[in-house]
Design a protein around this ligand. Structure first.
Ligand SMILES: [Zn+2]
Length: 71
């Protein structure tokens, strides 16, 4: 469960981020033209104060970007 960083209420998770005016969803991606998406970005919203945070469910692609990881 995610807790709001501001007021510590339980956040509503697993919401989709939608781009208004046409686009649908946003994703994180390595810099560079031919890099593939690292994962779809979701968001969680605090029902008390409206604070919204974004996150990626599956972090394995992100972990692969960390240099010098233990073998
Ligand atoms: Zn809050």
């Amino acid at each position: 469960m995610r807790k709001c960083l501001r007021c510590e209420a339980a956040m509503v998770e697993d919401l989709e981020v939608m781009v208004t005016n046409g686009g649908y969803g946003i994703a994180a991606k390595e810099k560079g033209m031919f890099k593939k998406s690292l994962g779809k970005i979701k968001c969680a919203v605090c029902p008390e104060c409206g604070y919204t945070e974004t996150y990626i469910d599956d972090t394995k692609n992100i972990k692969n970007l960390i240099p010098n990881k233990e073998m």
